[in-house]
Design a binder for this molecule. Structure first.
Ligand code: MD3
Ligand code: FE
Length: 224
């Protein structure tokens, strides 16, 4: 168990006489940084609202014809999309036929610091997918394979209602671990974990001071 700088209360003592563990290696290359984004979370949620004012959240359709229960939008030079033609990155938001909104510098800077804290220096994401979950929304097990270079990690930031993240193995049939994620938590997914199957269990209803009845997840990627 290691402790990293960056957590809002990373240096506070606790009743066990030590420091709270703020960083946990979930698997080789997968580092959970609890509370890493806590102190900036309100600013991040405000920036998401700005992005969504230009590129509204929408429920995309999978190649198989199913509408996703997760609502999505993007910012940055490229955004992840799906439709009947497949999964891919696009510089244009197909809903409005315009480029995605600029990535807020706070997103890029936070992702760079988190990646560095997990051992990945020089992370420079040009794409941020914003996922919005309400009660009952889930994301079924999948791999992220639409990026050009699997050597770059993916940085994910959880905001608002807590979720149970499902972290599987390199085969779909590997039984996933259940990892609770709270607002302000960041996970850096690199190394062998980069191609692990993963998903999100159905969101429990709740009311969070930052986001009300939803959970927002940012995934920052070097996609191009
Ligand atoms: C593990 N999003 O957008 S983020 C996705 O909470 C996605 O919205 C989830 O999976 C969410 O593709 C999970 C955590 C995450 C992202 C990418 C990964 C975990 C990952 C790539 C490889 C392994
Ligand atoms: Fe994913």
């Amino acid at each position: 168990m290691t402790r990293l700088r960056g957590g809002a209360d990373g240096d506070l003592p606790n009743l066990r006489g030590g420091a709270l563990p703020r960083a946990e290696e979930l698997a080789s290359g997968a580092m959970l940084l609890r509370g890493f984004a806590e102190s900036e979370s309100a600013a991040l949620v405000a920036a998401v609202a700005q992005v969504a004012a230009s590129a509204p959240f929408r429920h995309m359709v999978t190649p198989g014809g199913y509408q996703m229960s997760v609502a999505m939008t993007n910012c940055g030079a490229a955004g992840w999309i799906t439709d009947r033609r497949g999964y891919r990155y696009s510089a244009i938001d197909p809903a409005i036929d315009r480029p995605w909104p600029v990535m807020p510098p706070a997103f890029r800077n936070l992702a760079r610091r988190a990646a560095a804290a997990a051992g990945f220096d020089g992370f420079a994401p040009e794409s941020c997918l914003v996922n919005r979950y309400v009660a009952g929304t889930q994301l079924s097990l999948h791999q992220d394979r639409n990026e050009r270079d699997y050597a770059a990690p993916i940085v994910s930031v959880s905001l608002g209602l807590p979720a149970v993240f499902l972290f599987g193995g390199l085969k779909r049939s590997d039984r996933p671990r259940r990892v609770p994620l709270a607002s302000g938590d960041i996970v850096v997914w690199g190394g062998p974990a980069r191609l692990a199957f993963h998903g999100v269990a159905p969101l429990a209803a709740g009311d969070h001071p930052l986001t009300g009845g939803c959970r927002i997840n940012l995934t920052l990627r070097q996609a191009l």
